[in-house]
Every structure is written in structure tokens, then in C-alpha cells.
Design a protein around this ligand. Structure first.
Ligand code: FE2
Length: 398
């Protein structure tokens, strides 16, 4: 590695402020650590995880610590719902928020950590390419993350993704204050995931790592090494987990890979795939991980030939023993094929028409990507013309 000291300082940063525990039954540890965060704890989880959420809630409910449990429906967090919860919880003097679940529960917990301490509608705290967020002016509530999926990496990121159903947009809160203070990876919790969710969330984690790796916005050896390790693990382990859902060892490997990918995107974010997948999800309500799976093959197919060095490097990661035998052009093209084969192994090669009607979608999706996702788009190793972007979106929609 060669450091370029002519760049703006700092040359790079390392931000991992989350205390992380990983291992079988580690979720029980919550009872030993919760008291440092206060006496009134809000627990956010999902209706279909109610038994698990109650069990974890029981670990922490004592004579000294009060808990309140909110079980969400299985939809991604919306701003209007966060604002409604804020009104409902006003006056409850909450000290900390625990999110137990996938991205929906944990991102809701993160959003509430801001909403319950700030007066403006939560949407105004999201960061869109065409409009800066409101600054945080008060101390936010501490967040504890207990993921039950291996996908979002939100347990170690400063991000919470919210949908605005009025404007059909997705925006991301991006604030260091919402890094979880503690995260617990317990494979006993992730083994409840059905095969489809296991595959979809695993692909989302893989694409976080992939996009962080190819992102050209800044120098980050932290993103490079965490993304590389996350991709190696997921490429090997996701098809294994998909066939063997109750294997705790591979479940924990997937959780660790998803966390590594979360560290990667915390240091150097996503690129064109998420820049298109997020508006696609906001418009069509296709679940986030599925939208990512739909967008990945067309973006990679349209991109590899214009960023051969970057994609050849990816090939070297997955096929280290063949690295000296092949040309860069061969490797760059081949890696796209290998990634799609991995998607096939877990039944995640998807089309929009598997989910919704595609009529009149092209113009709206293209318009939204250009309007409010131009920043992540510009982080891709290829600079897209409007014509090129239209072609990619047409391929995604076909
Ligand atoms: Fe994602």
C-alpha cells in the first residue's frame, strides 16, 4: 500500500465506537450492561419476534429498571410512524433505546434516539444529496443493537434509513451520535431467520462490502480491509448457511461478515447499486435487500469494462490462486459472473416484475436517482452519463 500524503488531512480515520460482544447466548449479557444506560429502557422489536423480544426484555426488567416494549409490523421504518411514536412516548422520560431485529427495528431505535430528544419532524434529519440535514442540537439517547439478521450492519454504523411515504423517497440519517453504544451478535437469534430472509439480507451485506470496496470517493484502508474480509466470508459461507439454517457456527460467521461490511460502509459508503435500490424500494415498496439484489447484476454488467483495474482486484480476492494466469480484462468480466453465480446459489437473482408492475417506472426512478442520490452515484468507479444511467435502469426494470 502506498500512502499519498498530498491529500487533505486526515489521510484516513478509524471510527468503531461500538462495544461489540459476539457468541452463543451473548444476548443474555444485556442484563449485566443495561444499568449503565439508565432506569427506563424502550425496547423496539418486531411482531414476529415477540417471543424473543419478551425473553430479552425479561433479562433486563428488574425492580430498578423499567422497560417498555413496542413491536413493529414487518415494514421498513417510515418517518410518519417515527413521528407518531414520538408523540405517543412523549413524557415517558426514556433513558435508552434497544433495537432487537433487522434493520427495521434497529433503525427505528436509532431514529427514536433523535426524535425523542429533538422537536422537528424526523425526515428533516435525513441527509439527501440535494438537501442537507438539520443539525443535532441536543444529546441523543444511547442505542443498543441486538440484530436478528445478518445483513444491514446497522449495529456498527451511524446510519438509519427512513422512508418518506408522502414523497416516496428514502433518506439516511447519518450522525455519529447514533452509533450503537453496544451491539450483541448472538447466533441463537439469527437462526430464526427463514431461508429467503437469510439469503436476501446476506446479499445486502455482500453488496455493502462490494460497494465500499469499489467506492472511489476517498482513501480508506479501514474500508478496504473490512470489505475484503466481509466479501470473502459471505462468498463462501452464505450458500452454506442457506442449506444449513441451524448451524450456529456459520450463522455467527455471517453475522461477523455483516458487521465487517457495516464497518466498511461507515468508512466509505455505498455506490450506484444502493443509489438506485433505495429509490426503487421507496417507490415500489420492494424490501431493501431484494431491491439491492435486483439492481446488482445490471449495474455490475454495465460497469466492469470501464473500471477494469478495480474489478480485476475483486477477482484476485475471490480467486487468489488464479491471479497471475489471467489478464485484467478477463478477471474483471469473470468476477461479475462469479458474483451472479453466488446470487443464483441462494436463489437471489430477481426481477422487479417478480414483485410489482413495472409500467411507468423508468422515468420516476431515473428522476429520483438523479435528483437526490447523485452523491452515492458519483462514488462509483464509473462516471455515468444520463444515457448510460437510463440504459442501466431499463435493464433493471425489464
Ligand atoms: Fe443495504
Amino acid at each position: 500500500m502506498h500512502y499519498n500524503f498530498n491529500k487533505e488531512l486526515p489521510l484516513f480515520q478509524l471510527n468503531i465506537p461500538t462495544q461489540l460482544y459476539a457468541g452463543k447466548n451473548e444476548s443474555e449479557r444485556i442484563k449485566d450492561i443495561i444499568s449503565q444506560f439508565g432506569k427506563r429502557v424502550l425496547v423496539i422489536s418486531m411482531q414476529d419476534l415477540s417471543e424473543m423480544a419478551e425473553r430479552i426484555r425479561n433479562y433486563i426488567t428488574t425492580a430498578e429498571i423499567n422497560t417498555e416494549l413496542i413491536l413493529l409490523e414487518n415494514i421498513e421504518p417510515t418517518c410518519s410512524y417515527i413521528d407518531k411514536l414520538k408523540q405517543q412516548l412523549k413524557g415517558n422520560k426514556i433513558d435508552a433505546v434497544i433495537g432487537i431485529g433487522g434493520g427495521t427495528a434497529i433503525d427505528t431505535a436509532k431514529a427514536l434516539a433523535i426524535a425523542l430528544t429533538h422537536s422537528d419532524p424526523i425526515w428533516l434529519y435525513t441527509n439527501l444529496s440535494n438537501r442537507p440535514p438539520l443539525p443535532l442540537v441536543n444529546q441523543t439517547l444511547p442505542v443498543i443493537a441486538i440484530p436478528t439478521t445478518s445483513g444491514t450492519g446497522t449495529e456498527v454504523t451511524p446510519y438509519a434509513v427512513l422512508t418518506n411515504t408522502e414523497t416516496s423517497q428514502k433518506g439516511t440519517i447519518q450522525q455519529a451520535e447514533i452509533y450503537p453504544k453496544v451491539a450483541i451478535l448472538d447466533p441463537e437469534l439469527t437462526k430464526t431467520q427463514p431461508p429467503k430472509l437469510t439469503a436476501a439480507t446476506g446479499i445486502d451485506a455482500f453488496v455493502h462490502a462490494l460497494e465500499s470496496f469499489i467506492n472511489v470517493s476517498k482513501f480508506s484502508p479501514v474500508a478496504e480491509c473490512t470489505a475484503r474480509e466481509a466479501m470473502i466470508i459471505i462468498y463462501k459461507v452464505l450458500p452454506e448457511v442457506y442449506k444449513n439454517l441451524n448451524n450456529l457456527e456459520v450463522r455467527l460467521e455471517m453475522s461477523w461478515a455483516s458487521t465487517l461490511a457495516g464497518i466498511a460502509i461507515s468508512h466509505r459508503g455505498t455506490t450506484a447499486i444502493h443509489a438506485i435500490a433505495e429509490p426503487l424500494g421507496a417507490i415500489t415498496h420492494i424490501p431493501h435487500a431484494d431491491a439491492v439484489a435486483i439492481c446488482t447484476p445490471p449495474v455490475l454488467k454495465h460497469t466492469w469494462s470501464k473500471a477494469i483495474k478495480k474489478f480485476a482486484l475483486l477477482y484476485d480476492i475471490f480467486e487468489p490462486f488464479n491471479r497471475y494466469e489471467k489478464t485484467e480484462a478477463y478477471k474483471a468480466e469473470k468476477i461479475v459472473e462469479l458474483i451472479i453465480t453466488m446470487f443464483e446459489k441462494v436463489n437471489m437473482v430477481k426481477k422487479i416484475k417478480d414483485y410489482v408492475e413495472t409500467n411507468d417506472l423508468t422515468d420516476k426512478l431515473l428522476g429520483d436517482v438523479i435528483k437526490y442520490k447523485f452523491r452515492p452515484l458519483a462514488q462509483h468507479p464509473v462516471k455515468f452519463s444520463k444515457k448510460e444511467l437510463t440504459l442501466i435502469i431499463s435493464d433493471i426494470i425489464e
